[in-house]
Design a protein. Structure first.
Lengths: 433, 423
């Protein structure tokens, strides 16, 4: 039950330049529930991955941590299912189950033998629709979540990422920790959690993705009979309206931490949300050109040649309201200033000088193959469809490789000018006490 | 779940004339080919003076050959969006390749080159040495890693499994280029290697390609060096590390049977019963019922030499003592109270189901079967292991627990006020 943000990989089952028809069926039931199914006849397993728009962004300010805590409490059963019964039912037959929560969504997944699906799916549906949130379990599980928070507080990279998020997202909910804080959790009640559940775990917000060795007809029969009788939505405080975050300043911070063996320099820029996936793909290309692989610009310059950093890497993640472009360096604190200057120069350069064709082609192949490699198992496929389904449409999951391949070097410059200014980025340094 | 997730096998297993074993398995499901080149050398061949040499050696394989420098190798791989890596572990070293099928031949050819003709350039050695030392230091940032390091050192002493696979700052600083060349000359040889290729590729073509690239590689006359697996002097041991953390970590473990020991399958089952998943004994008793922890689990790695059976928990400092008692009483219970029929059956289903789920991708299949080969168990161990697990009885599980859970090794890390009383 982690809260790690999902970082979408890179596309089509084959990396040929063929615009494939969407290989899964997408059905919207009368209730508003979306069902996504793809039969993979060569596998004897079935994956169910249910994505719900009930992440931390839907919490009112004072309820920070509620969405993630609820994800834990869903496993505590309903009036029909005692705590632990679901886990035992799935795992005792050799299956796997778990869940994760991010700002935009919570998702719950299980992998079972195809023959076990009719046995397993009713349990999962019952938990998701009718979570009971028993008061004694609420108090006990809160200790578990608080331990999860304490563990995160002992992790310098988690602390760095959280601090940077607060710096770049401002008042937007993305700036708050998905885990919440021990104090914020202490003030919440099981009744409030029940309201949050009844308000958000509704069919309109839910994508049920089922992939693997099961037919369309069987899936539809099973989903129709198990994901029914949703409870009445209950009124629940909502967060104020927030506009997509924009970073119009240049926040800088230095955090001193105990037991740190490396310094860290982390710089972050905000990009477009999922509604402009095409632009996001362009930024993904630039992140790869800059710092993915030994041939990338910053790895070559800063780690291999100058040896100012022990490691430098980029990450790029698309979310609902914006994407996040991050460069992270692990280095001796004495080099932080020089490295920051080099990064700013190289970032600014992207807006004025086109990257080479060789660089572009390398990045395109790396991203498209990573995408193909990320669709090898039914579980990976279900995760991909569910993620795009929850944030946009499942079909959009197949757009990625075409968007990536269609870029030319000249199209990337305006993108860099728009999104990657050294004047609009958050900069965080971590140094030992 | 006892289904098989392995592909319908169109496969070849054969030896080249120089003794190299090749396994090729066709799996047309995805446009991907994964390959592993396994060598039976790893930490088990290291001494307290050379700890980390195979980690350093393998990290340098992609950093230069007699024909190409580091950049040229990276360029060839990254330009087609493939992956090519090398690594070492307790009982083996390996080179891994993953490509879309059209690029496989090209990248596998490069893999053969870094395997046979690494040049260990001086400046690349210095860079990797620096990165390795920094990697060793960064492990000190994570409380669990620190607690586990002391646990392992206390358990194994100077046995090679007692060191991090990266060695120590002292040993890594002392390794010279000549040492790497000599280790490569002695231990990287076709007569003890296994190549396994899985994916969308005709097995005959895969074998022919391997023969073309590696078939002319002669084995040295002198025999390969033996593993250095001295007996471990196992005495109960407890180390307490005060550190100003938000959480305490408690690790309790025992020296445990190697993969060749008759108790292997029973201990794997016990480790599953205790620590695997949301319905496992430790998870239910210590997390679900008592809310002591977020992270509580157990593991028992597959090793040619003396392995370890470990249970651990991360908990609030004020609960350190309760958590230690909890782990100890759960381990003791396995010796004193036989599993019920239901518990045993659940552990078997869980173990075998998840084992099947661990063989879904070409890379997972190549890794598992190649590993069994290089451990000397043969790919048939894939079946034998599952049969052995299914055959474990309640009595056998309890006897295995009694034999294993004798002298406990304990490592406790956390704020001084919480952990000092537990010395």
């Amino acid at each position: 039950m982690s809260s790690a943000p999902y970082i979408p990989g890179s596309s089509a089952p084959d990396s040929d330049c063929v615009k494939a028809a969407f290989p899964a069926s997408v059905v919207r039931l009368d209730s508003g529930l979306t069902v996504i199914h793809q039969e993979i006849s060569t596998t004897p397993v079935v994956v169910v991955d249910v994505w719900i728009k009930a992440g931390a962004r839907y919490e009112p300010d004072t309820w920070t941590g509620m969405a993630h805590f609820l994800e834990h409490m869903v496993f505590k059963g309903t009036e029909q299912i005692l705590p632990g019964m679901f886990d035992a039912a799935i795992e005792s037959r050799g299956g796997l189950t778990n869940a994760a929560t991010s700002h935009d969504y919570a998702h719950f997944y299980m992998t079972v033998a195809a023959d076990d699906l009719p046995h397993a799916l009713p349990y999962l549906a019952e938990l998701l629709l009718h979570a009971a949130i028993p008061a004694d379990e609420f108090v006990r599980e809160r200790h578990v979540v608080i331990e999860e928070i304490h563990q995160a507080w002992d992790d310098p990279d988690w602390l760095g990422f959280q601090t940077l998020s607060e710096m770049v997202y401002g008042d937007h909910p993305y700036g708050r920790s998905v885990l919440g804080s021990p104090d914020s959790l202490q003030e919440r009640s099981p009744e409030e959690m029940l309201r949050f559940h009844r308000a958000h775990y509704q069919p309109d917000n839910m994508q049920v993705v089922i992939t693997g060795g099961v037919s369309f007809d069987q899936v539809m029969d099973l989903v129709r009979t198990t994901f029914r009788a949703f409870p009445q939505p209950e009124p629940c405080p909502m967060p104020g309206l927030v506009s997509p975050p924009r970073l119009m300043t240049n926040p800088k911070r230095t955090l001193t931490l105990p037991r740190l063996e490396h310094g860290r320099l982390v710089m972050a820029w905000l990009g477009p949300g999922i509604d402009d996936l095409q632009a996001a793909c362009g930024l993904d290309i630039l992140a790869t050109v800059l710092a993915e692989g030994r041939m990338s610009r910053l790895v070559r310059e800063l780690r291999e040649d100058r040896q100012w950093v022990d490691e430098i890497a980029s990450s790029f993640a698309v979310q609902q309201d914006c994407s996040l472009f991050v460069l992270s360096a692990w280095l001796a604190p004495s080099y932080i200033k020089e490295v920051e200057q080099v990064i700013c120069d190289r970032i600014a350069n992207l807006a004025t000088t086109p990257i080479t064709t060789v660089e572009l082609e390398r990045a395109q192949r790396v991203l498209c193959n990573d995408y193909a490699f990320s669709m090898e198992t039914p579980g990976q496929l279900a995760g991909l469809y569910g993620y795009y389904g929850a944030l946009a449409t499942p079909e959009l999951s197949l757009a990625y490789p075409d968007y990536v391949r269609d870029y030319s070097t000249s199209q990337l410059m305006p993108l860099a000018a728009q999104y990657l200014s050294p004047h609009y980025c958050g900069t965080l340094a971590l140094i030992p006490t | 779940m006892t289904v098989s997730t392995a592909p319908k096998q169109n496969s070849i297993t054969t030896y080249l004339s120089n003794g190299l074993k090749v396994i090729a398995i066709e799996n047309p499901a995805a446009d991907i080919v994964s390959a592993r080149i396994f060598l039976p050398v790893g930490q088990g061949h290291e001494t307290p003076e050379t700890a980390g040499i195979f980690s350093l050696l393998t990290s340098l394989l992609t950093r230069g050959t007699t024909h190409r420098n580091s950049l040229a190798i990276a360029e060839a791989v990254e330009y087609v969006g493939a992956s090519l890596g090398a690594d070492s572990a307790a009982d083996y070293s390996l080179i891994s390749v993953k490509t879309v099928s059209a690029d496989f031949e090209k990248i596998f050819t490069l893999a053969a080159e870094i395997l046979r003709e690494p040049s260990f350039p001086d400046h690349e050695l210095e860079l990797e040495r620096k990165l390795t030392i920094q990697g060793l230091r960064s492990m000190q940032e994570q409380p669990f890693s620190v607690a586990y390091k002391y646990f392992r050192e206390g358990m194994y002493g100077t046995h090679p499994y007692g060191f991090s696979s990266m060695g120590t700052e002292e040993t890594v600083s002392a390794i010279r280029r000549d040492d790497l060349l000599e280790a490569h000359r002695q231990t990287f040889r076709p007569d003890n290697m296994v190549v396994i290729i899985v994916g969308r590729i005709d097995p005959e073509r895969a074998v022919a390609l391997t023969d073309a690239l590696l078939g002319d590689w002669g084995a040295p006359k002198q025999p390969a060096p033996e593993r250095r697996l001295p007996a471990v002097d196992s005495r109960a041991y407890r180390i307490v590390t005060p550190q100003d953390t938000n959480q305490s970590f408690v690790i309790v473990g025992y020296l445990a049977a190697s993969v060749n020991h008759p108790d292997f399958a029973a201990l794997k089952l016990l480790s599953t019963h205790l620590g695997n998943g949301l319905s496992s004994r430790l998870f239910v008793e210590l997390r679900e019922k008592q809310g002591l922890a977020y992270d509580v689990s157990a593991f028992y790695p597959t090793r040619l030499g003396p392995s370890q059976f470990v249970a651990y928990i991360g908990t609030a400092p004020e609960n350190t003592s309760v958590a230690l008692d909890g782990l100890q009483s759960e381990l003791r219970r396995l010796c004193e109270v036989p599993l019920t029929d239901h518990e045993l059956q659940v552990a078997k289903n869980k173990m075998l189901g998840q084992y099947a789920l661990g063989k879904q991708t070409n890379g997972q299949i190549a890794q598992l079967l190649g590993w069994y080969e290089i451990l000397g168990l043969g790919t048939e161990f894939d079946k034998t292991f599952q049969t052995d697990v299914a055959a474990v009885t309640i009595e056998a599980a309890q006897e295995a627990a009694k034999r294993c859970f004798v002298d406990s090794h304990i490592s406790i890390l956390g704020p001084a006020a919480a952990v000092e009383p537990l010395r």
